[in-house]
Design a protein around this ligand. Sequence first.
Ligand code: NAD
Ligand code: APR
Length: 242
Amino acid sequence: MAALQARVAQAARVCVLTGAGMSAESGIPTFRDAQSGLWARFDPMQLASEEGFRADPRLVWDWYAQRREGVRRAQPHAGHVALADFARRRPGVLTVITQNVDDLHQRAGLLGTIRLHGDILQDQWLSPSRHAPACDLAQAVPGRPPRCALCGNLVRPGVVWFGESLPHGAWQAAEQAAQACAVMLVVGTSGVVWPAAGLAAAARRSGAHVVIINPAATEIDGDAHEHLAGPAAELLPKLLMR
Ligand code: NAD
Ligand code: APR
C-alpha cells in the first residue's frame, strides 16, 4: 500500500472510475450482487429500458421513485469524502468518472464529476424531439409519470437506460481523462457494461498504472496492474491520505 500511496501522491493526474459498489456502503444496492443486486430481484429490460417504460410507464416511474427515496436517505461515506478532500488539496489532479446515478459524490463536495449514466434525481422528456418549446418540464401535470399538459409528452427519469447511448460529451471527457492520467483507480464496478468497462484498458494503453478496488474479482481484472481486495470506504481514505 505504501508504494501505491506514494505513486498516487506523486501523480500529476489521477482518474477514478466508480460503479455501484462505491455506493454500497452508503446503503444503495448494487446491480449484480447475487443476493441483494437490483438485477437479481428485478428485470433490467422491464425497468431500465425505454421499451420497458413505454410498456408500463407507471411501473417504471414508481420503481425509480422508490430508488430516488433510497438515494435521498443515503449519506456519502468516508470514501466519497476522501475523494472530495483529495480534489480540494490537489486542484486539477483528480477526475472522477462515475457510472452511478446517485448524487453521493456531489453531496460529499466533489465538483465536476463525469456522469456517464445520468442523474436519477433529474427528470427529462420521454420524446425530447417532440415537445414544443412552450412545454415546461417544471409545469408537467403531476402523475405516475407526470405528463406535459401541452403535448402529452411523458416525463422519464434522467438516467441512461439499456440500449441507449451515453451522453456524448460525458463519454468524450471520460475517454480523455482515462488516456491522460498516470494512475487510474477502478472502484466498485463489475466491469460488465460497455463502454465504461473499456476505460481501464484505455488508461493502461496510455501508460497509466491501473488499480482495481473491489472485494471481489471483476470482468476487467486483466486490465489492471493490481487489485486491492476490499471495500471502498476503507481503502480510499488509506490510499488518498495526506
Ligand atoms: P450498450 O451495450 O447498449 O452500450 C451502451 C452505449 O455505449 C451504446 O450506445 C453503445 O453503442 C455504446 N458502446 C458500447 N460499446 C462501446 C465501446 N466499446 N466504445 C464506445 N461506445 C460503446 O449498453 P447497455 O448495457 O445496453 O446499457 C446502456 C447504458 O445504460 C450503459 O452504459 C448502462 O450502464 C446504462 N444503464 C443504466 C441503468 C440505470 O439505471 N442508470 C440501467 C441499465 C443500463
Ligand atoms: N466497495 C467496493 N466495491 C464493492 C463494494 C464495496 N463496498 N461492494 C460491492 N462492490 C463491488 C462488487 O463486487 C461489484 O463488482 O461493486 C461492483 C458492483 O457491480 P455492479 O452491481 O455490476 O454495478 P456496476 O458495475 O456499477 O454496473 C454498471 O450497469 O445496470 C447498469 O447502469 C447500471 O451503471 C450500472 C452499470
